[in-house]
Design a protein around this ligand. Structure first.
Ligand code: LIP
Length: 265
């Protein structure tokens, strides 16, 4: 096992352990009621007190276990890396689902190497934990993807069309364009899902529960972990329009990814 891969396996074990603790905290807070802490880009773009508390827990664990690593999280200031490793964290992905009591939310933790930029980093390890659903998806570079101990594989054939998922941003002004994108891909689709958590959508692509996923405007912490799950499950992930304010992310088994890319690129 190469040194890099050994590190990836260690980072994976840490990501899984912290994701479980963080997700269980999120689930506990949800059970006693969720309070709104603030709104961000729009009134619809909310952050709960639990988002902040969960990110604080993740950050404290990582600081203790991996001093010198960088941190890039949704709810707090970024820290540059001294070690070359950065943790890219969404403490509660699917925040609106969480606030409404819909169980499709997840803790997303990824360890990346190199610049903390999606088109430049090398993903090493990932954990996506859905505590309300009792499912944990994880991977490390070269180690494959798994749900608990079961190996994950993307779909390879889509004879009846692709089961696709997508999402929409918090800015209503972007919805019409996103709906036009949906219209453009429906000719290759058998149906469409909108789950509300990018990390879980990507985990479901890795698990073969979706053939493909596309969404414009995701933040690095929305997709960092899920993208590695898809790649380690034999799938492909691409980012288009990376210099725009709303890059497009495409993920899927090779067939679904390439059909989406032919339409959206
Ligand atoms: C969410 C994403 C989802 C997207 C939402 C939002 P958050 O992340 O996971 O796919 O459609 O607009 O960006 O805000 O819940 O961490």
């Amino acid at each position: 096992m190469s040194g890099g891969q050994a590190d990836a396996a260690h980072l994976h074990a840490l990501a899984v352990d912290i994701a479980r603790e963080a997700g269980d905290l999120a689930k506990l807070r949800r059970s006693v009621g969720v309070s709104l802490a603030a709104t961000k880009s729009t009134l619809a773009d909310i952050v709960t007190e639990a988002d902040r508390e969960v990110e604080d827990l993740i950050r404290a664990r990582l600081t203790a276990e991996r001093p010198g690593d960088g941190f890039l999280g949704e709810e707090s200031e970024a820290d540059a890396s001294v070690t070359g490793v950065t943790w890219v964290v969404d403490p509660i992905d699917g925040t609106v689902n969480y606030a409404y009591g819909i169980p499709s939310y997840s803790v997303s933790i990824a360890a990346v190497q190199g610049p903390a930029l999606p088109d430049e980093w090398v993903s090493l390890a990932a954990a996506v934990y859905a505590p309300a659903l009792g499912e944990l998806f994880s991977a490390w570079r070269g180690g494959g993807a798994r749900q608990d101990e079961r190996s994950l594989h993307v779909t390879t054939e889509i004879p009846a069309g692709a089961l696709l998922a997508t999402g929409f941003g918090y800015d209503p002004a972007t919805h019409d364009g996103d709906l036009q994108t949906v219209r453009s891909v429906m000719p290759i689709a058998r149906d469409l899902r909108r789950g509300g958590s990018a990390a879980l959508d990507l985990a479901y692509v890795a698990a073969g529960r979706l053939d493909g996923y596309f969404e414009r405007g995701l933040k690095p912490w929305d997709h960092a972990a899920g993208a590695l799950l898809v790649e380690e499950a034999g799938g492909r992930v691409s980012r288009l329009d990376t210099f725009s304010s709303r890059p497009m992310l495409i993920a899927g088994g090779i067939e679904a990814h390439d059909r989406l890319s032919a339409i959206l690129a």
